[in-house]
Design a binder for this molecule. Structure first.
Ligand SMILES: *Cc1c(COP(=O)(O)O)cnc(C)c1O
Length: 394
């Protein structure tokens, strides 16, 4: 078995929507993964901000193994210990015992749930941001503010307005009593780790209060401690009406959630929404384990310390214009449009990262990343960036 054969088998059997991956991974441990040819990689992408505890974390392995051997799936006709435990944990983390969670299987589904919920206000207009990513299903894609991803799939949902991200004046001009919901990412993830000016979320909160609008925060990528706080909006001390989560929530198992907070004016009633797999005991057992480990090992605080260390070292490298983001969601902004080339060179050098845009490398390593692994990352990044820069100057 080798990477080339795996690439051909993928090409001949899997839909072309992801292109053709050049390597096939077979096992992992912490921040390390190995491909079919036995080559080792340092994983600084974490399955796109998902493997918060890295690969094969013993707590997840144990929880999931025990759960699948005990009770694998029951549907939402029945309750089970994992679902109430996780919903209660989310209440504790949001500091709100009026929080109510709907479980689903992905980020797109969490945002679909929020979108449906917004209709219960009796209003239809929704505001999201240019550049924002909220998922690929038709409702979530309607919220997503990226023309390239939308254009071949129109018509999408009407009555959704996209305003420039970080621009409170534009938000103010768009919002009215007719607005049902505003949905915002605290940091644009897919668009290249774009951080809005401080005060942005707070100003939106005030506008939503004034116009009686639901404020939804899409924390799918910025949740679960990634930004150095449990949810990516906490640094502004605001409370949204709705939080959507996925990615890191299941620590690598498919899981999403939509949480309404205490003040939410609307909630689902019986029959309004559902998902067969939503709340699946196995996926939830992983999430319960993830939260316990993050708390025990104080990984939220550690994400901030680790992220700050990476930011400081990498931003000093020649060819790096800036490192933006919070905690362990970072966008390394390059001085030239060589992100794709660099990503490929880094893969060869044994480091997994993502070229989010032409000039931004996104990293989102597991929160358990060690000092030694950060040093290894910096070393590989430094050497590889220098050689790619040399190459691109002929
Ligand atoms: C990844 C992502 C989504 C979509 O999640 P899926 O699980 O891929 O459907 C939605 N919102 C944000 C902010 C994301 O980063």
């Amino acid at each position: 078995m080798n990477n080339q054969i795996m690439k051909e088998r993928w090409r001949d059997s899997v839909q072309g929507n992801y292109g053709q991956p050049t390597i096939a991974l077979v096992h992992g441990n912490g921040l390390e993964v190995w491909d079919v040819e036995g080559k080792r990689y340092l994983d600084f992408l974490g399955g796109i901000a998902t493997n918060v505890l890295g690969h094969a974390h013993p707590a997840i392995v144990q929880a999931v193994s025990k759960q699948i051997a005990t009770l694998g799936h029951v549907s939402n006709f029945y309750s089970h210990p994992q679902v109430v435990s996780l919903a209660e944990k989310l209440q504790a983390l949001t500091g709100d015992n009026l929080a109510r969670t709907f479980f689903c299987n992905s980020g797109a589904e969490a945002n679909e749930a929020a979108l449906k919920l917004s209709r219960l206000t009796g209003k239809k207009e929704v505001i999201s941001c240019v550049g924002a990513f909220h998922g690929r299903t038709m409702g979530a894609l309607s919220l997503t503010g990226q023309p390239e991803k939308r254009k071949r799939f129109k018509p999408l949902l009407k009555q959704i307005t996209h305003v420039p991200f970080g621009d409170i004046g534009a938000m103010k001009a768009a919002i009215s009593k007719k607005t049902a919901m505003v949905i915002v990412e605290p940091i644009l993830g897919e668009a290249g780790v774009v951080v809005p000016p401080l005060g942005y979320l707070k100003a939106i909160r005030e506008l939503c209060d004034k116009h009686d609008v639901l404020f939804a925060i899409d924390a799918v990528q910025t949740g679960m401690g990634r930004t150095g706080e449990w949810f990516g909006f906490e640094h502004e001390g605001i409370r949204p009406d709705v939080i959507t989560l996925a990615k890191g929530l299941g620590g690598g198992l498919p899981l999403g959630a939509m949480i309404t907070l205490g003040g939410a004016k609307v909630n689902f009633a019986p029959g309004d929404h559902g998902s067969t797999f939503g709340g699946n005991p196995v996926a939830l057992s992983a999430a319960n384990a993830v939260i316990e480990v993050i708390e025990q090992e104080e990984l939220v605080a550690r994400a901030k310390v680790s992220g700050d260390a990476i930011k400081q070292t990498i931003s000093e490298l020649p060819g790096v214009a800036e490192v933006r983001g919070r905690g362990l969601l970072l966008g390394i902004v390059l001085a030239a449009d060589i992100a794709k080339e660099l990503q490929i060179a880094l893969l060869k050098a044994g480091l997994l990262v993502n070229a989010a845009t032409q000039n931004v490398i996104r990293i989102a390593p597991a929160l358990i990343v060690t000092k030694e692994q950060i040093s290894e990352f910096v070393e590989i990044f430094k050497v590889t960036l220098a050689s790619v820069q040399l190459g691109s100057h002929g």
